[in-house]
Write a protein that binds this ligand. Structure first.
Ligand code: URP
Ligand code: ZN
Ligand code: ZN
Length: 464
């Protein structure tokens, strides 16, 4: 079936023009000022995008769907998570594979893949977490990169005793990444310092969610970035700091960049619009806002937006990690260290960035597209198949209604989690039509597509 999007204002990371976009099968086959309906296949679906923007499908480069973590398991499956993503305008995501330290990496890869295939409605890929690095694991990572098409690793410099690596293993893993052309995405915090701080705070009777931020202050995150960058400098590996939350962490990464380290910086939705006062809400409601690195003081938001505007920060992801308030977050009622970490945002990212970034002029439309789509495609080896509007690219498109005014809520959220961190927030702009490889999957905030149609995006290593 063919699709014609007429009269839209096409916005890419670099271009802005009005044109018609014609898609046949799964790809964009023609872009022209005016495509006559007489010249296209019979039965073509036509969407009138007059007065609307047409963006490349948004890409979320950091989500958790299947996530066994902190004694429980995140709430979405690939059906609910991908439907929520699509309703907001996200057409592809990259999920973190997070096995336990005793698991075989290939088994984990197959487990995560089997959870997504036949369930996801949008396209997906994976970052492979390295939580052990013995000889057998090393060989499996080679296979995951070269045979399975997953050329990005994830490493945790946090979660002591659960997911963190020794320095010897970190060095070995970064050396392998350099050899294979793999980019290493990294959660940067000093795990030992956090462990000590947590013990001290709990011993002082400071047990509520409001103590989560003081247990892992900005200096602890900057220290993690510095440590990773030092090891990357020694090995030549390319690195990507996920959910970078604060000025010292951003500055530390930029300092490393000036020393010649190949480092990219990711920001995530919660850090851009929420601040640490959310975790201080009474009646344990603050637990909804516990994530790591924690929400920070408001001034750090200005640094993140400015970093995006100047393209020092490359991407806006979500770090979607959905744990119910009732039955999961409340596992930490006696100790904030037991609150499952994560703030869900998979559906709301495009509208939040448009409302809080584009509308007030913090970033322009091109930066919006670049940070929410194109950079993820470029950095993670999907460009130009994804992340752009051009002939030959996958027909992943978002027709965006800039005049829409709405309210975010649990009611309209398609994620399975029992709360919306942005409940009651007013937003401007909405994806009025969302296509994945030429088929409309969402309309006006509702999923209208086919669950299970999503496909694994295999990728080539590019970070040599
Ligand atoms: O709090 C977070 N970020 N939860 C998900 C796991 C991680 O660290 O990315
Ligand atoms: Zn993390
Ligand atoms: Zn994460």
């Amino acid at each position: 079936m063919a699709l014609l999007i007429k009269n839209g204002r096409i916005i890419t990371a670099t271009d802005d023009y009005t044109a018609d976009v014609y898609c046949e099968g799964e790809t964009i086959t023609k872009i022209a000022p005016s495509i006559d309906s007489g010249s296209i296949a019979k039965g073509t679906e036509v969407i009138d995008a007059a007065g609307k923007y047409v963006f490349p499908g948004f890409i979320d480069p950091h989500v958790h769907i299947h996530l066994p973590f902190m004694g429980t398991c995140a709430k979405d499956d690939h059906a609910s998570g991908s439907r929520a993503a699509l309703a907001g305008g996200t057409t592809s995501f990259i999920e973190m594979i997070c096995p336990g330290p005793k698991d075989e990496p290939l088994d984990a890869f197959n487990e995560w893949k089997s959870k997504a295939e036949g369930q996801a409605a949008c396209d997906f890929s994976f970052h492979m977490s390295v939580v052990r690095f013995d000889e057998s694991a090393r060989e499996q990572f080679r296979q995951i990169v070269t045979i399975e098409g997953i050329p990005s690793f994830k490493v945790f410099l946090a979660y002591k005793g659960a997911l963190d690596l020794s320095d010897e293993d970190l060095f070995g893993m970064l050396s392998l990444a350099k050899e294979l052309g793999v980019i290493v995405t990294a959660h940067c915090e000093n795990a030992e310092a956090i462990d000590a701080m947590q013990k001290r705070l709990l011993a002082e009777g400071k047990t509520g969610p409001e103590w989560h931020e003081p247990s892992r202050p900005i200096s602890v995150e900057a220290d993690g970035v510095h440590h990773l960058a030092t090891m990357a400098g020694l090995t030549g590996a390319h690195i990507y700091t996920v959910h970078t939350s604060c000025e010292p962490a951003v500055r530390t990464a930029l300092d490393a960049r000036l020393r010649g380290v190949n480092v990219w910086i990711e920001s995530v939705m919660p850090h851009l619009v929420l601040d640490k006062s959310a975790a201080e809400r009474p009646n344990f409601e603050g637990a909804k806002y516990v994530m790591s690195p924690p929400l920070r003081g408001r001034r750090h938001q200005d640094v993140l937006w400015a970093g995006l505007a100047g393209r020092a920060i490359s991407t806006i992801a979500t770090d979607h990690a959905p744990f119910d308030f009732k039955g999961q977050k409340d596992m930490g009622k006696g100790a904030f260290t037991k609150i499952p970490n994560g703030i869900p945002s998979i559906q709301d990212r495009p509208a939040l960035v448009y409302t809080h970034g584009v509308r007030p002029g913090r970033i322009d439309l091109h930066t919006f597209v670049d940070a929410c789509s194109t950079q993820a495609a470029r950095i993670f080896g999907m460009y130009p198949r994804k992340g752009d509007i051009r002939v030959g690219a996958d027909a992943d498109l978002v027709v965006w209604d800039p005049d829409f005014e709405g309210t975010l809520s649990k009611e309209t959220s398609l994620s399975a989690v029992d709360y919306n961190a942005y409940e009651g927030w007013k937003v401007n702009g909405r994806a009025s039509a969302v296509t994945v490889r030429g088929e409309v999957q969402a309309k006006e905030g509702k999923f209208v597509g086919t669950t299970g149609r999503g496909r694994l995006i295999t990728r080539e290593p590019t970070h040599f």
